[in-house]
Design a protein around this ligand. Structure first.
Ligand code: URA
Length: 251
């Protein structure tokens, strides 16, 4: 691969712009300033380089996590709130698509007011594996409610509740009260507003919602709201180890 092509795949602009970055002496790798945009490079995962003084690491497919803050929409074209994509640096937003996948995208959506762990990628197979309801990847939500959580509510969430868009009941793969007005709820699917609608179906109301874990991958305590980072090999392993939690309920 040529250096200008490497920069192109990593989202630094058209091949012409990438060649220009190198010709202007703005790209460094291996302790040297590059001068030849057509020089060959055999990139390895995580290979370090600098563009305009900023450190980057080469990643063929992009696998990221973001600590989604409240007040952001998971849409490329948001309505009333800013997009989560504005929290990513330009090159991550501009990476060209890979195969049929159009650039880096959020895997599933969290509501504007929901916080917590959000995965992003441009690897279509990975996106499918993480988001397909058939794959039963468990997602742990920490829920705060308006009214006290009762044992009956927990029992009904575990047994299954019918929402307004389908006769098929949806149930929590796991659910336990963690305080008078808080509960941990694990889901293996991701219907629109599912947690909020499930709590409404048992007569309560969600006042705050935080996604703490996907599969065996927990949101790291040191990743502040609004911050992102690359997924490590260990993170990816924790996600692929995500065991099916249960068979889905039939109507
Ligand atoms: N369920 C919801 O109701 N909202 C979310 O953001 C995620 C799950």
């Amino acid at each position: 691969m040529q250096w200008q092509e490497l920069l192109f795949t990593q989202g630094f602009g058209t091949r012409r712009i990438c060649a220009g970055l190198i010709q202007q002496g703005l790209v460094r790798a291996g302790g040297q300033t590059l001068t030849d945009a057509t020089a060959d490079v055999e990139p390895t995962e995580g290979m370090a380089y600098q563009v305009a003084g900023v450190d980057w690491a080469y990643h063929a497919p992009a696998y990221l996590m973001l600590h989604k803050p409240a007040g952001y929409e998971c849409s490329q074209r948001p309505g009333a709130w800013p997009s989560i994509y504005t929290l990513l640096p330009g090159p991550l937003r501009q990476r060209p698509g890979r195969n049929a996948t159009p650039g880096v995208q959020a895997i599933g959506r969290l509501d504007q007011d929901t916080t917590g762990l959000l995965l992003l990628s441009d690897d279509g197979a990975f996106i499918h594996r993480m988001s397909s309801p058939k794959k039963l990847v468990p997602k742990l939500y920490q829920v705060t409610t308006a009214d006290p959580v009762t044992p009956q509510q927990v029992q009904r969430l575990l047994a299954g509740v019918v929402l307004d868009d389908s006769p098929r009941p949806v149930r929590a793969a796991a659910c336990e009260a963690t305080g008078t007005h808080t509960l941990d709820l694990t889901l293996t699917e991701g219907k629109y507003h599912q947690v909020k609608r499930m709590l409404a179906a048992v007569g309560n109301r969600v006042t705050a919602l935080h996604r703490a874990r996907i599969g065996a991958l927990a949101l790291p305590a040191d990743l502040a709201p609004g911050q992102w980072r690359w997924l490590t090999a260990e993170d990816l392993q924790a996600l692929s180890a995500a065991a099916p939690a249960q068979e889905p309920l039939r109507a």
